[in-house]
Design a binder for this molecule. Structure first.
Ligand code: ATP
Length: 248
């Protein structure tokens, strides 16, 4: 098996009584698109935030390119691109200023920033809005900006939480191609989504997360993904209920 670029080992995160992530093991190799699906509140964002060092795990380890996230140095972070709830968009900065900021943060050489910003503004169809403040953008365009900022420096590790949930149909296809292209260039991609049909077209692997636990995988090439998703979720609930009553 190829070396894991993104790795969760027994990751747990509790919020009081709530076990938001409850012992997740997961590996994403270079060149692979690994999707996580789950109902609202399943723990997808919490898992991704721990993998990105935004949230401290209650237990377990998170590694990026073999480095412990808690102590990873700038050499690792420069190769990471992420979008969690479009939070790398600064509302008072313009689209162009946001992208320049993202380029600087990721250590792009100053003389290369202008052309790279021009490139992503073109690719992400942000030209009409490049001088507008991010807070005035439509939801979908904020998401385009967040994605452009995440991908501008051509990261080799990509972690994206619902990257196309606000996009129009053309944007959804565009993101699908982006993820496939990034993986073809050797990136390890971890992506969450609620759109099973979209994931089936882009993911090498689809993992079902339910109540903080991985309850199974879905074959991206298979049929009736929705039906199989619900049967895994209901089976996990049945086993859980049976255990709770001591009947399992
Ligand atoms: P969605 O599909 O709705 O985005 P999700 O799978 O991303 O859901 P999470 O956002 O990871 O789910 O939430 C998992 C659980 O953790 C939920 O019960 C949520 O209420 C809880 N949770 C997440 N962040 C916090 C927090 N900062 N404080 C308390 N509880 C939290």
């Amino acid at each position: 098996m190829r070396e894991a670029m993104i790795e969760a080992g027994g990751l747990v995160r509790t919020f009081g009584e709530d076990r938001a992530v409850d012992g997740v093991d997961l590996q994403v190799a270079a060149g692979e698109v690994h999707a996580i699906v789950g109902l609202n509140g399943a723990g997808k964002t919490t898992l991704m935030r721990m993998l990105l060092g935004m949230l401290r795990p209650t237990a377990g380890t998170a590694r990026l390119d073999g480095a412990e996230v808690a102590t990873a140095g700038p050499g690792v972070w420069r190769r990471v691109g992420c979008m969690i709830e479009a939070q790398f968009v600064y509302p008072e900065l313009t689209v162009r200023e946001n992208l320049r900021g993202a380029a600087l943060l990721h250590g792009l050489p100053r003389d290369g920033i202008g052309p790279e910003v021009d490139r992503v503004i073109g690719e992400f169809l942000l030209g009409r809005w490049e001088h507008k403040r991010a807070r005035t953008l439509s939801l979908g365009n904020k998401q385009r900006l967040g994605l452009a900022a995440a991908l501008l420096h051509r990261p080799s590790i990509l972690i994206l939480d619902e990257p196309s949930n606000a996009l129009d149909p053309a944007g959804v296809v565009f993101v699908r191609d982006l993820l496939r292209d990034a993986a073809a260039d050797g990136a390890a991609v971890l992506v969450s989504s609620h759109h099973l049909d979209q994931l089936a077209r882009v993911a090498d692997r689809i993992t079902v997360l339910h109540r903080g636990v991985i309850v199974g995988d879905l074959d991206p090439g298979g049929t009736d993904l929705e039906e199989r998703f619900f049967s895994e979720v209901y089976e996990a609930d049945r086993v859980r209920a049976a255990r709770a009553t001591g009947a399992a």
